[in-house]
Design a protein around this ligand. Sequence first.
Ligand SMILES: [Zn+2]
Length: 114
Amino acid sequence: MKTKKCNGYESMFTFLSEEAFNEHLKECEECRLEHEKMQRVSELIQEAKPYIQKTKKRKTALKAACAAFAVISMSACFQFFAVTGLYDEIAYANSPTIEEMGLPVDEYGFLLVD
Ligand SMILES: [Zn+2]
């Protein structure tokens, strides 16, 4: 049975209401086949979801690792400033001091980094 009006599955899906689209599926074989295909794709996506979520978590862990690395690098910078004496100037210029911020410091008032 030929349909009166079909602009293709995608445009029918986009422009018809859900009710009208379901009606159209009944009379348009082409769209029905396409719709079944889409149904299968969405099932595949449902199946893949746990895997996708796991991947996201792994990405979060990677981000955390990057952040940790940035903190370690910054600490290394602090050590560098301490060694070159630049740290003293920065410490004077910036209040509160590290000790006042409640961070662990050694006997010289430098930031303690393990
Ligand atoms: Zn159609």
